[in-house]
Design a protein around this ligand. Sequence first.
Ligand code: MN
Length: 276
Amino acid sequence: MKLCRFNDSRIGVIQGDSVIDLTHALGETDTRSPQAMLRLIADFPALHDRIERAAASGERLSFDDCTLLAPVPTPTKLVAAPLNYDRHRREMGLPDTSIEDLGMFLKAPSSIIGPGDIVQLPFPDRRTDHECELALVIGKEASRVSRKDAMDYIFGYTCLIDVTVRGKEDRSTRKSFDTFTPIGPYIVTKDEVPDPNNLDMRLWVNDELRQDANTNDLIFDVQRLIEFTSNIMTLYPGDIIATGTPEGVGPIRHGDTVTIEIERLGRMSVSVRLRD
Ligand code: MN
């Protein structure tokens, strides 16, 4: 199932070239609530049949007529992995540094934007990079989860660009500026992804292919990331784990368009502007 937020914060399911509005079927009366997707994720096992029925009978809108929004705009946490691909560690000059050494870090959830939105660069004169990442969307409360149970706690997956100012500040500052976390274009539920540790991923700046990798090169794979992170902090439905970037990170500039695509998860673009 491909679940999206669209237009005035409605919730939809995507089937082929159509978007079916689920907002009323889900019992959402405040269709503008950004929390509606969090409720859907938390209650998904109970709502699943109702969603399937609504998807079969609901009004079909043309995908091209819908404006997609960030699928999870208000997670309680946005947790991210540093240096989780070997060739990226090497390009950063840190070949021996691992998540074991650094731990995970937090990005501000307020940095989230969606497809078609604008990344706003805070500095005209500091290098600011794109990072192409698979994002995990947590499905249920997860505390001290073991590797063998980890997949039970995933709701689905989406594409994520971890925009990053290079420099000496803590990662949480350099990566948390407003607009620094584009996610989308929708959530693909885990049943549609046979193995999240084997997904091709690509990122372009304008027409230039900058990153071209596969999640089978993750150092901490998806299960290990959930085990490791949930042993630090309790994860809640809708929380997002950014799994780390492969090699090929590079600067983005005013006027650029950045496009991310992950196998089975779709493709989205955002534009880049210097902040006023
Ligand atoms: Mn990153």
